[in-house]
Write a protein that binds this ligand. Structure first.
Ligand SMILES: NC(=O)c1ccc[n+]([C@@H]2O[C@H](COP(=O)([O-])OP(=O)(O)OC[C@H]3O[C@@H](n4cnc5c(N)ncnc54)[C@H](OP(=O)(O)O)[C@@H]3O)[C@@H](O)[C@H]2O)c1
Length: 355
């Protein structure tokens, strides 16, 4: 089966590439600047095989970890805002069976409009190219709540992929925050806790969230390519739902830091985002867009995915265990996502503000 991954340089996409290769897929790794992919290990299970250049071509190869004979991914230029670029990526490398949509413009100005146009352009091209299925990972859509701009945009992207991908099955996975070192949401928590001995806790941090570890996300994404999973929208989540406040406290505990959480009243998400933007090294617009979503309760409201996808080996990862694995120091730089036995560890290709 041939899969095209949009956002292959991103947090989730970079971890999905080696997982699909391991599962025997032909993988096209899409990026606006495919040159960037050379820094990633786009082979299964480890560093690139000797004599091959990662991310340059598809070749038969034996992974250094001794995994079965497998392939490395093909780097493909792809800008979802550009119809010609989408058509070339979807048709220029053989028939694409499954296209993973893992793109967003969060933190980049008018992301809602950009995300809408990107989804429309890509879905239309996928329909024209005869793609069988699009698998999209978006945010949860908590019923009966006014959604933050970010969550509303993620919802609109799902609806747009469905509307413009005529004749293409859409499997739409919906998740709250994804846990793993390098994930924007986790890095926000890490930097706050690492830097502040006293952490102000506004009332909206009492809202509950049900995070999911990135290796479990990858598990669900991989299985969503299979025909056993009917087209539709599915919530995915870890086993624990807890207030945002407790998520912060749990990270402080597992990372061995004594922190005092101070309840505060009258602090809006907008004010908090401004202050957090000064404290953490993440780009301020990204922080603002993310913190805005803390006003929503983010827990799964249906679990039909369990009927179609087996649980990950060992079961889904709990919050404490996921945070423990994220908190482990990266140590020697891990070269490429496939080189790490643990997708929750930091990679040297993750953003410079991570870790
Ligand atoms: N991380 C989380 O906590 C979380 C939680 C729930 C759902 N999700 C969903 O998971 C998906 C992936 O998120 P992520 O955290 O992996 O994001 P990320 O690390 O920020 O990656 C975003 C990716 O989008 C690509 N991109 C942006 N504009 C593009 C364009 N015009 N054409 C092609 N590619 C473009 C970027 O590529 P460049 O290298 O070209 O910039 C990058 O690879 C998103 O749909 C998100 O809503 C994530």
């Amino acid at each position: 089966m041939r899969a095209l991954i949009t956002g292959a340089t991103g947090y989730v996409g970079s971890r999905l590439v080696p997982a699909l290769l391991d599962a025997g897929f032909d993988v096209l790794a899409g990026a606006r600047d495919p040159g960037k992919l050379a820094a990633f290990d786009t082979s299964p299970g480890g560093s690139p095989p000797e004599g091959t250049s990662p991310g340059s071509s598809t070749q038969e190869s034996t992974a250094s970890s001794g995994l079965a004979l497998s392939r490395i991914a093909t780097s493909v230029e792809l800008d979802v805002m550009d119809a010609d670029s989408c058509a070339r990526a979807l048709s220029g490398h053989g028939q694409v069976d499954v296209a993973y949509y893992l793109v967003h413009g969060l933190g980049e100005g008018d992301f809602a409009e950009t995300d809408l146009v990107g989804a429309r352009t890509f879905a239309s091209a996928a329909a024209a190219a005869g793609v069988r299925r699009i698998v999209y990972l978006g945010g949860l859509v908590p019923p009966g709540q006014e959604l933050s701009e970010h969550l509303e945009s993620r919802r609109v992207v799902g609806e747009t992929l469905r509307e413009f991908g005529r004749g293409v099955d859409l499997v739409w996975l919906r998740a709250a925050i994804v846990l793993g070192a390098g994930s924007t949401s986790f890095e926000l928590i890490r930097h706050l806790v690492d830097r502040l001995p006293v952490i102000p806790v506004p009332v909206w941090m009492e809202h509950r969230v049900q995070p999911i570890a990135v290796d479990d996300v990858v598990h669900y994404l991989r299985h969503s390519a299979e025909a056993d999973v009917p087209a539709g929208a599915y919530d995915i989540g870890g086993p624990d739902a807890l207030p945002y406040r407790d998520l912060v406290a749990t990270y402080a505990r597992v990372s061995g830091r004594r922190r005092f959480l101070l309840p505060v009243r009258g602090v809006s998400t907008a004010l908090a985002a401004r202050v957090i933007g000064w404290v953490v090294p993440l780009p301020s617009p990204l922080v603002a867009d993310l913190v805005d979503s803390l006003s929503n309760t983010m827990v799964v409201t249906e679990e039909t995915i369990r009927r179609f996808v087996p649980s990950p080996p060992g079961g889904v990862t709990g919050v404490r265990e996921a945070l423990r694995r994220c908190a482990t120091p990266a140590g020697v730089a891990v070269v490429g996502p496939g080189a790490s036995a643990d997708a929750l560890r930091l990679n040297d290709t993750d953003p410079e503000w991570a870790g």
